[in-house]
Design a protein around this ligand. Structure first.
Ligand code: ADP
Length: 242
């Protein structure tokens, strides 16, 4: 039986100086699903992610992760969030320290910390960067290290905010492999529609804070009228496919 790991119910959010950024959003995500969150700039994707992580507090409605209400500002080891900008995630003297930061704060035994760091660096092809200062890396390298720094906490749910922005083709391919081969629940916001199509069977389309569609990725993304109304483009590989 499929297990619901994320339950979002009638979620509304307003910033102090920007009202109604999310309006009555409801959806559920099953364990092991990869769901693309698509929508134009300012649709509310990042705000939704910050709410799922407990960084923001819903104005109305509820979010349950693995059956438990998300607690505002409490660390939830089940949820890993890869920020849009890797510079927001990396702050330690070396790559190794950045990737070990989470496991150290989870008070894991030293041996387990080392194992997790090795594993995460390996998955992200970053082993050779371990001793480098994170702030000296290229944008693409930083993004892979930022992903490793979240994977090392081994969360069941991974949330990626624009993971392919400023990535070259090889790094983009690496992320596709990483997302499609893990057994985790993935939520991915991206403007890279081909990437979403390769990694997610399902998409949730958000525009102006409203959930417009929730369903099969190729079906929604091939609807040119719908996509254009929401300021998006049908991915090339789906053009003229119907
Ligand atoms: P997306 O990720 O889809 O581009 P965001 O969630 O970043 O959208 O933004 C949704 C809306 O909320 C936008 O209109 C944005 O300007 C506004 N917004 C985002 N962060 C803040 C903030 N800290 N304070 C006020 N308004 C914000």
């Amino acid at each position: 039986m499929k297990k619901e790991v994320i339950q979002v119910q009638s979620l509304c959010y307003s910033y102090e100086d920007k009202k109604d950024v999310l309006k009555d959003i409801s959806f559920t995500v099953n364990e092991g699903e990869s769901v693309g969150i698509i929508g134009p700039n300012g649709a509310g994707k990042t705000t939704l992610f910050l709410l799922l992580c407990g960084i923001l507090k819903p104005t109305k409605g509820s979010i349950r992760i693995k059956g438990k209400e998300v607690v505002y500002r409490a660390f939830n080891p089940a949820v890993g969030y890869v920020f849009q900008n890797p510079d927001d995630q990396l702050f330690s003297p070396t790559v190794w320290d950045d990737v070990a930061f989470g496991p150290i704060n989870m008070a894991l035994p030293r041996e387990e910390i080392n194992k997790r760091v090795e594993r995460a660096l390996d998955i992200c092809n970053c082993k050779q960067l371990a001793d480098r200062p994170s702030h000296h890396l290229s944008g693409g390298e930083k993004r892979m290290v930022a992903i490793a720094s979240v994977l090392s906490m081994e969360p069941e749910i991974m949330i990626y905010d624009e993971p392919t922005a400023s990535m070259d083709m090889r790094s983009r391919r690496n992320i596709i492999k990483l997302v499609t081969s893990n057994k985790k629940t993935n939520l991915i916001a991206s403007h890279d529609m081909e990437f979403i199509l390769e990694t997610c069977q399902r998409v949730i389309l958000i525009d102006s804070g409203k959930l417009i569609r929730d369903g099969h990725a190729a079906e929604i993304m091939s609807n040119s009228e719908l996509m254009e109304t929401c300021g998006l483009e049908v991915p090339h590989s789906l053009k003229n496919s119907g």
